[in-house]
Design a protein around this ligand. Structure first.
Ligand code: HEM
Length: 131
């Protein structure tokens, strides 16, 4: 993971924040949220394909790092929240009033957890000069 990747991800955080506040415009809210979720789902594949994980995790023994596991745990929490968020969105479409309250409280959790995913990702960036 490079500093640039973290900056791009931070940019998507700002876009998500805008879509959060502009949720009344469904035509804007839904495509942005779906795109950010797809971005988050694609990120592990991108990192797997572009990084030398054998060197980092095994040779440099980063597999024993608490930070890595905290980051991975937060990512899975985020995916679980996304799943629940889609369920509550489906309830909103069906006209179920309960869905709206769930969707709103989960939205705040998503912003918090995604912020922590970004923060832990930034801490895991390897300095360029490391051999
Ligand atoms: C597949 C993804 C999503 C779909 C289909 C979806 C759909 C919707 C819909 C239909 C509404 C009601 C809009 C209206 O007022 O007419 C809504 C509201 C909202 N959404 Fe989403 N959403 C998605 C993801 C997210 C995510 C990831 C977040 C937060 C990070 C979020 C935050 C909100 C908020 C804060 C509201 C306002 C809730 C309220 O009325 O109290 N949504 N969403």
């Amino acid at each position: 993971m490079t500093v640039e990747t973290v900056w791009v991800a931070a940019g998507t955080y700002l876009v998500m924040l805008a879509a959060f506040y502009l949720s009344r415009y469904r035509w804007l809210h839904i495509p942005i949220m779906v795109s950010v979720m797809l971005f988050d789902l694609a990120m592990p594949f991108y990192l797997y394909l572009t990084g030398d994980w054998y060197r980092r995790l095994i040779e440099h023994e980063e597999i024993f790092s608490f930070l890595i596991w905290m980051h991975v745990g937060l990512v899975f929490t985020l995916y679980a929240l996304y799943f629940l968020q889609i369920q509550s969105a489906r309830k909103i479409f069906r006209g179920d009033g309960e869905g709206r309250a769930d969707h709103y409280s989960q939205a705040k959790a998503i912003l918090l957890v995604r912020g922590l995913v970004l923060l832990t990702a930034a801490l895991l960036v390897e300095p360029e000069s490391t051999p």
